[in-house]
Design a protein around this ligand. Structure first.
Ligand SMILES: [Zn+2]
Length: 979
């Protein structure tokens, strides 16, 4: 049932219960046979919100009915009355609105709080009547000459978040309110109009100190160098350079004479303890509030875009006084000082600290560094997988919990795109729902979502719309909103657009550890060639389906989405050649995609849409036209038709420690007690070692050489010792891949395409295989292992990496000498509990799923080895065993959500009890229910044994098993030639 039908049904129910004693209920009639029956009534001195709402209401009602609706300041005799902008009684919720039709059908009252509520009421009514506002140039407005609303219809609503920033590039004032947003950071002209409707919704959370907004160094540095950060330069070259050239970033005046070593003042970083700086800050913020309060009540007291901080004696003393030694204490102390100084005069003022850069890590001593009244923290968190909700990030959650101890008001600054390349499909539409629920549950006041600036980003309009709906009501069914949008916006093309979105989200879920970064050169790698071909097919159908659609906006929207055909065709051509042949897909000549890319891009460049050239690139690469022409150059470089991947000469390849390299100082190849070599990383958390991952700091791995180029399943054999009882990320393993446009390798560009957490429990230092999944490895790609950063770990070792051909891992193969691989699926009859067989409709395979929320007990998915003679014969002796599983959880970061096991069942009549031979935990996280490959290690199999998977935590919602893969040890321990 769509939302419109639901509302009508609810309204009808109201009519029955509320009006039994009254006269026969009558619907509210707007128009009859194309003639208006209702007049819009608004007070003469109505505010800007009511006035705007009336204009919009009349315009749309006229369009919908062909009638002309009169506007008056009091009811007109003989007409029904639509009141707009009367005070909303009995509901003082921020921005609340109410729509109420009288039982007798004579009046309809549209009322809202805070002026904007009036506009929300009007748009809500219009949507109830069948309108859809998908984008400024794509709306659906039904034509209905007899327009009515059910008798006694009533709806009231209010937003969950008070700050709902609308950061999209439309530059359309009405669209902000149609999306139920209340602020617009990018457009000053729009923000000024919004301010006129009660602008106190805006929360300032940007960088503000240094030279951004307050106590600007461009004004004060020369006279007061001591207001800016004092830091020591330990690098001699850097010091000599500073002495040689006058630096934009630092100066050497105002250095205390008693300091030894080379010190400078950083112009763009404040000394937060300098009393003069504090006085000036309070003065400037006080002046701002005096001029703008209460329309603007929010002030940001935040770091510049940097992690640097002042090392003067006073600042260092404060930083060192907390066990965490976080520089955030400098800003907590400062914001408390400002709030304390100004709150008495401006009691409703908000002082926000952006937790970012130098204010990233919370302090340990929550009592001493409690943030005072009037203050709040806004979270920005780049370093995570943006394909899963923010609370699934093992680095974000401890950080959030730490801040929650010192503060009780929160805002978010979300990143919902890849800022390095906007035109790739970015698979995050399904994470908004869980993310906003997290923000709601933790009482955030709202926030700002930094999204793409380009309407050439696939699903950009959809994401803006869904995101804004959820900021109003995070409890709404996010994927139902997605369906509503696609059906409304795309009409006949909807099934094909939905198919495109399904492929993108499915591809992300195919491999749990695909890295969906927000600042990487190319996030397209999670799509496999078959996905790209399927997207091309879907978009060809979409284009055909709307070629004659009367809605021009819709036709443009579909064409914009079909840019993907050219983009993916141009970028991924070498990947597509062989799969297209196999699937009999007519791949166009290379030139068609690259020419199509250029012509669409040029059309965009010449359009007057907001952001101009930045329509095509990320915010850093796309400053002006430079990025655009760089892209064109890359397409020129690869002008010859690209070639397919080279043929593979090996079925497996082991990369031994002797072939590995690593970070200077901390990497060495050494031998264990048995004399076997391994790559060892030595590091420590004491002595100022950084707690971030960097190849320059601590890394071991190998660089892919020409002979290893190809598509492989990739395994790393790792041992790590953690100090935490349950460490979700004792180490990480992943891949940095060069960026290719067709066959052209873009110089100096590498993208992280895969990053896998390695979970360990304390005391478990055993060697274990981690499977990164299936990836195309290009020459120059770096496959790496690095220590974890959430908890202290020690002794990270890498025994080897193994590359295994998909042929061996995905198919049953048998080579001379009996080595090979086999697949063991679940036998539904042997399973326990609510286990069902299901089918993956995109990759076309069957899997077994255990529904853990069903009442049929805990359950287990079992895959007995002795399902066939061939399997029994193969599964005798030592094999490597892998499970292809998926775990859905109702909570985030459940470390032990399920277990994959190898069991020797009980022998008959009390001879031998059941014996669990292998038992490996599998993690799950709400919103990140993707397929994972779990290694059970090298085990001695017997035909009577049973492989299986069981749920292991009350928060586990479902467990799915595709199959177990058995592989002869030869493949994982030696290099095997192709036959
Ligand atoms: Zn200082």
């Amino acid at each position: 049932m769509n939302s419109r039908a639901t509302l009508f049904a609810l309204a009808a129910a109201f009519a029955v219960t509320a009006s039994a004693a009254l006269a026969a209920p009558a619907p509210f009639v707007f128009a009859e046979s194309g003639r208006a029956k209702a007049a819009v009534v608004v007070a003469e001195d109505a505010g800007p919100g009511a006035e705007f709402a009336v204009q919009e209401l009349v315009d749309y009602l006229n369009k919908m009915t062909g009638a002309r609706f009169p506007v008056a300041t009091s009811p007109l005799k003989g007409w029904n009355t639509i009141y707009v902008g009367r005070p909303l009684s009995g509901d003082d919720r921020y921005e609340a609105f109410r729509i109420q039709a009288s039982e007798d059908g004579r009046t309809l009252d549209l009322a809202g709080n805070d002026e904007r509520g009036n506009a929300y009421a009007v748009y809500d009514l219009l949507e109830t009547l069948g309108c859809g506002f998908w984008s400024p140039d794509n709306e659906t407005v039904p034509f209905e000459t007899n327009l009515v609303l059910s008798a006694g219809y009533e709806k009231s609503d209010a937003p969950a978040f008070s700050f709902r920033n609308n950061d999209e590039p439309f530059g359309d004032f009405a669209m902000v309110l149609k999306l139920r947003a209340n602020t617009n950071r990018h457009r000053r002209d729009i923000q000024t109009r919004l301010d006129g409707m009660g602008g106190d919704a805006y929360e300032s959370i940007s960088h503000s100190l240094g030279n951004c907004q307050w106590v600007k160094s461009s004004v004060f540095f020369d006279a007061h160098p001591d207001w800016y950060a004092l830091v020591e330069i330990t690098d001699t070259n850097a010091w000599n350079k500073i002495l040689r050239e006058s630096s934009r970033y630092c100066g050497t005046n105002g250095i205390p004479t008693n300091l030894k070593g080379n010190w400078v003042r950083l112009r763009y970083i404040p000394c937060t303890m300098a009393q003069g700086m504090r006085d000036q800050l309070v003065k400037e913020v006080g002046d701002f509030l005096a001029a703008n309060y209460p329309v603007h009540k929010s002030v940001s007291i935040s770091t510049p875009d940097s992690s640097d901080y002042c090392h003067c004696a006073a600042c260092r003393k404060l930083v060192d006084s907390d066990e965490s030694r976080t520089s955030a204490v400098l800003y907590i102390d400062l914001i408390n000082y400002v709030a304390k100084s100004l709150l008495p005069k401006y009691p409703k003022a908000h002082f926000n600290l952006l937790s970012y850069g130098a204010a990233y890590t919370p302090p340990k001593d929550a009592k001493r560094f409690k943030m005072g009244p009037g203050t709040g923290v806004a979270f920005a968190h780049h370093w995570r997988n943006h394909g899963v909700p923010i609370n699934c990030c093992e680095r974000f959650m401890p950080r959030f919990l730490g801040w929650r101890d010192v503060c009780d008001r929160f805002l978010f600054w979300e990143y919902y795109t890849n800022f390095h390349i906007y035109v790739n499909p970015f698979p995050n539409t399904d994470i908004f729902g869980p993310a906003f629920k997290f923000y709601l549950d933790n009482k955030f006041d709202g926030g700002f979502c930094q999204m793409t600036n380009s309407r050439l980003t696939p699903f950009a309009d959809l994401n803006w719309w869904v995101k804004n709906r959820l900021m109003w009501n995070p409890n709404a069914d996010a994927m139902a909103l997605v369906d509503q949008y696609i059906e409304g916006a795309y009409g006949p093309a909807a099934p094909h657009v939905r198919r495109y979105l399904d492929i993108v989200l499915h591809a992300k879920r195919r491999q749990r550890w695909a890295w969906i970064g927000d600042y990487v050169d190319d996030t397209g790698n999670y799509l496999q060639p078959g996905d790209v071909l399927e997207i091309m097919r879907a978009m060809q159908k979409a284009l055909a389906s709307i070629s004659k659609d009367p809605n021009i906006g819709r036709r443009i929207d579909v064409r914009r989405l079909a840019f993907s055909i050219n983009h993916l065709g141009a970028m991924r051509y070498p990947d597509l050649i062989e799969p297209a042949k196999a699937e009999r897909f007519r791949l166009a000549p290379w030139q068609e995609y690259s020419d199509g890319w250029k012509s669409t891009a040029l059309d965009y460049l010449n359009s007057d849409e907001y952001m101009g050239a930045r329509q095509l690139y990320g915010e850093n690469d796309g400053s002006g036209l430079k990025g655009f022409f760089r892209y064109l150059d890359m397409l020129k470089e690869t002008a010859e038709t690209p070639t397919a991947w080279p043929e593979r000469k090996l079925l497996s390849r082991v990369v031994a420690p002797a072939e590995m390299t690593g970070s200077p100082v901390r990497f060495a190849v050494t031998n264990d007690a048995s004399g076997a070599p391994f790559s060892s990383l030595t590091y420590g958390w004491g002595g100022g070692e950084p707690k971030f991952m960097s190849p320059n700091w601590c890394e071991a791995g190998f660089t892919v050489t020409n002979d290893l180029e190809g598509v492989w399943y990739l395994f790393s054999n790792v041992s790590v010792d953690t100090t935490a009882t349950n460490d979700p990320a004792a180490a990480y393993t992943g891949i940095y891949s060069p960026w290719y446009v067709g066959n052209f390798r873009v110089p100096n560009k590498r993208a992280e395409i895969c990053s896998m957490r390695i979970a360990r429990t304390k005391g478990d230092e055993g060697w274990r295989l981690a499977c990164l999944g299936k990836w195309g490895l290009r020459p120059g790609a770096r496959v790496w292992v690095m220590p974890g950063v959430v908890n202290e770990t020690r002794n990270l070792g890498v025994r080897n990496f193994t590359l295994l051909s998909p042929e061996v891992f995905e198919k049953d193969v048998t080579l001379p000498g009996g080595i090979g691989s086999r697949h063991v699926s679940a036998a539904i009859r042997a399973c326990e509990g609510a286990v069902e067989q299901k089918r993956d409709e995109i990759d076309r395979y069957f899997y077994a799923e255990l529904d853990c929320l069903s009442t049929n007990g805990p359950g287990a998915i079992n895959a007995p080895i002795a399902q066939s003679k061939d399997l029994s014969a193969f599964a005798t002796g030592e094999k490597y065993v892998f499970a292809r599983v998926r775990v859905s959880a109702s909570d985030v970061l459940v470390g032990d959500a399920a277990r994959v096991r190898l069991v020797q069942p009980a022998k008959a009549k009390g001879e031998e009890p059941e014996r669990v031979i292998v038992d490996i935990p599998v993690g799950g996280s709400y919103g990140a229910d993707s397929w994972q490959i779990i290694s059970l290690g090298r085990v001695a199999l017997e035909p009577g044994m049973v492989l299986g998977v069981v749920a292991n935590d009350p928060a586990t919602a479902a467990v799915a098993l595709r199959d177990f893969v058995l592989v002869s040890p030869e493949f994982l321990e030696t290099s095997v030639k192709a036959q």
